[in-house]
Every structure is written in structure tokens, then in C-alpha cells.
Design a protein around this ligand. Structure first.
Ligand code: DX5
Ligand code: ZN
Length: 221
């Protein structure tokens, strides 16, 4: 098995919300390449998490790449707010907006990297005519809404298909996996073609805490 460079992005959704700043610092100190920030509105997904204020507060203290994953209905309403709050990459779900291309263009107009996250049942071909508009493709390997769910096995084929699609497009698009990623399956994700991994419960729930979890994940890839 070949060792490849991969970006590790711990999901703050699994952090202790009473110690958010410490959690972000622990992730950075342990070698995380980015912080994954899951925004949920209770409509697009059943859960509600956080908005722009926590990321703006973290942004003041940390010079790290923030990827904001918007699991909210009509995300076009909040692109400017998250751009201003300090997001570096803004990832939207095509199932949540009627005007996918327009919303991706809005992210770019705000000077940010644009990303698309696909629900497990959403086919890759929704991206066929927007590949010029995306920097980042996130394959959801659980149904969005909660951390701690099990990786859906059928997503292996989708990851490999997505990697092939990106390769044949000749574009520089990050292929990230989100949902049920742990040190045990991280190398398999990379072998399927992933170039970035999100992990929530896999790192925050690791024995010894998040620093040990990130180190275990980094050692596994
Ligand atoms: C789920 C979120 C994920 C979540 C991953 O809707 O998009 O980013 O935090 O958590 P784990 O790694 O525990 O599946
Ligand atoms: Zn996410």
C-alpha cells in the first residue's frame, strides 16, 4: 500500500461545546490540516448546531483552514455571513438549494473555495455541469445530521467513481470523505481515491482524547 499525502479535518461537531476553543487548539497542535465546522438548521437535517458566532471567535485566535459544511436549507442566504466570519472553504449540499451553480458562484465571488457535499443517495451526475465551479467534493458516507454513525458500505463504489470523475476532468478538486471515518478505515479511503478525511467521533472519542485520536489517524495513513 502506498502512503499518500492526505488532509485531515477533525469535525468540531464531536467536541465538547463548553470547551470549543481548547478543542480547536488541541486539533491544531496534534497536526490537523483543517477544522471542519458542521452547520445544521433543524430543517435540512434534524439536528441544530451552531452559526457564524463560534467560527468568528475561533478565527480571531487561530490561523487554520476552516471548512464550513452547510447542512441548511437555502444556503445562499448565509454565504456572505460565513465568508465574513472566517470560512476558507464553504461546502453546500445540492439537495438544499434550487440554484446550485449560482450559489457556488456566490462562494467564489466572496473569495472562498467552493465545495459540494452529496448525500449518500445523491448521484455524482448532479455535478456534471458544475465541475468548473467547485474546488472541493465531499462524499457523505453517512446521512448528514449527526456524528457517530456507521460508514455506509455502498459509498466505497461512489468514492472510487468520484475519484475517476475528478481524474478525467483534469481539475484540481479535493475529494473528501465525511462520516464514519476512523483510523481503521482511513487508509482504505485513500486507496479508493480520497485526498481529505473528516473525522468527528473517530478522533474526539478516541481513548486518551482528541490529540491521541488525530495522531492515530495520521499514523494510519
Ligand atoms: C455529519 C457531519 C459530519 C460528522 C462526522 O452530518 O457532516 O462532519 O461530524 O462525524 P463522524 O466522523 O463521527 O461520523
Ligand atoms: Zn460534515
Amino acid at each position: 500500500m502506498t502512503k499518500r499525502s492526505v488532509r485531515i479535518a477533525p469535525s468540531l461537531l464531536s467536541a465538547d461545546f463548553g470547551a470549543f476553543r481548547q478543542a480547536a487548539m488541541d486539533c491544531i497542535e496534534a497536526g490537523a490540516d483543517a477544522l471542519h465546522y458542521d452547520v445544521m438548521d433543524g430543517i435540512f437535517v434534524p439536528n441544530i448546531t451552531f452559526g457564524t458566532h463560534p467560527i468568528a471567535a475561533l478565527r480571531r485566535d487561530f490561523d487554520v483552514h476552516f471548512e464550513v459544511h452547510l447542512m441548511i436549507q437555502s444556503p445562499e442566504r448565509y454565504i456572505e455571513d460565513f465568508a465574513r466570519a472566517g470560512a476558507d472553504t464553504i461546502i453546500i449540499q445540492p439537495e438544499s438549494t434550487v440554484h446550485l451553480q449560482r450559489t457556488l458562484a456566490l462562494i467564489k465571488q466572496n473569495g472562498k473555495q467552493s465545495g459540494v457535499a452529496l448525500n449518500p443517495s445523491t448521484p455524482l451526475n448532479v455535478l456534471e455541469y458544475v465541475l468548473d465551479d467547485i474546488d472541493h467534493l465531499l462524499i457523505m458516507t453517512v446521512n448528514p445530521g449527526f456524528s457517530g454513525q456507521k460508514f455506509i458500505p455502498a459509498m466505497r463504489t461512489k468514492i472510487a467513481d468520484a475519484a475517476r470523475m475528478i481524474e478525467s476532468s483534469d481539475k484540481d478538486i479535493v475529494l473528501e470523505i465525511d462520516g464514519g471515518v476512523t483510523a481503521d478505515n482511513a487508509q482504505e479511503m485513500i486507496d479508493l481515491g480520497a485526498t481529505a478525511l473528516v473525522s468527528g467521533s473517530g478522533v474526539f472519542g478516541y481513548p486518551g482524547g482528541v490529540k491521541c485520536g488525530i495522531k492515530a489517524l495520521l499514523a494510519a495513513v
